[in-house]
Design a binder for this molecule. Structure first.
Ligand code: SF4
Ligand code: ZN
Length: 306
């Protein structure tokens, strides 16, 4: 019978193919937290006195991000706040918002819920009723970034933490590489910074943790998470890439780690060569930073006649 590689406990909850390790619940939880703390140190994500805004959807990634960053808050190294975005997706978003609220309340973290409707006068369900829409996820991504960036300034946050995990990062690397999108490739990394003061630095503390293990960590810690899938989620190129990576990982369990490690090594060269360096001005409509007359959010809103 397999027992925990670290402490010998016979109640093993995970066997890692990549390292051959078997771990019991306590050693697994400790291992994940250690790894995240290592990433935070290595990437210099946090400085004493930082106020970090967590983009908290209520899903496993953001809940675990909040939970682990809260250990820094408890030690009075950083301050935390959270924002949850209500896109206006009937039958789906409400539960996530309630779960997010409950976590923020449990930990005593200042939290606000901001809707597409109050920010843009239109919600995602209404957008999807338009004849010539661009696909749900395109609006979601752009509008969410707009809200999170503004919320960070309103909270006076010095960093924004997102729940991007190892799977998300390797999918992005492979996708953009296969599409030859060097400009997007140059944007991938542990931290996203910009030359506009109106943008807040974004950090990804879970970047080196596989998605599956984040789910298991949430389960092991008994954290309530929003599990439902978005009704608009459609077959996308990203999903195809995700399936390829999952399939490959079966026989090559370290493939995602090596993809990320290799990319991180060549990242400085990619950035140097391909990073676009436009200067930001303020969007004429909303005042948010933009490389054009109108930011992407306002361009979409004008298209929708809003
Ligand atoms: Fe938005 Fe749903 Fe697409 Fe996610 S899957 S980006 S929630 S529309
Ligand atoms: Zn704008």
């Amino acid at each position: 019978m397999v027992s925990c590689t670290k402490c010998g406990n016979p109640n093993v909850i995970i066997k890692r193919k990549a390292s051959g390790q078997a771990l019991c619940k306590d050693c697994f939880i400790e291992g994940i937290e250690k790894k995240v703390i290592q990433t935070i140190k290595k990437e210099k994500f946090l400085e004493k006195g930082d106020k970090v805004l967590v983009a908290l959807s209520g899903g496993k990634d953001s809940v675990v991000t909040l939970e682990i960053l809260n250990t820094y808050r408890e030690r009075r190294i950083i301050d935390l706040c959270a924002v949850t975005i209500d896109e206006g997706i009937a039958g789906y978003r409400h539960e996530g918002v309630e779960i997010a609220k409950a976590h923020a309340e449990r930990l005593g973290i200042p939290h606000k819920v901001v809707s597409f409707k109050e920010s843009f006068g239109i919600d995602l369900d209404e957008i999807m009723a338009h004849e010539n829409h661009r696909g749900s996820c395109t609006y979601c991504g752009v509008f969410r970034r707009w809200i999170i960036n503004r919320a960070a300034r309103e909270f006076g946050a010095s960093k924004i933490a997102t729940g991007h995990n190892l799977d998300d990062e390797t999918q992005a690397i492979l996708m953009n590489y296969l599409e030859g999108n060097t400009e997007n490739l140059a944007k991938i990394g542990p931290k996203t910074e910009s030359n506009s003061e109106l943008f807040t630095v974004k950090i990804k503390p879970l970047r080196e943790i596989p998605e599956k293990e984040i789910g298991l960590y949430a389960l092991a810690k008994g954290l309530d998470i929003h599990l439902a899938g978005c009704p608009y989620a459609q077959e996308s190129f990203r999903m195809e890439i995700s399936n390829i990576l999952k399939e490959l990982s079966k026989d090559h369990p370290t493939i995602m780690y090596s993809t990320l490690r290799g990319f991180d090594k060549i990242r400085p060269a990619i950035k140097e060569e391909f990073q676009s360096s436009f200067t930001f001005k303020n969007c004429e409509r909303c005042g948010e930073p933009s490389s054009n007359r109108l930011c992407r959010a306002c361009t979409f809103l004008e298209e929708l006649g809003h």
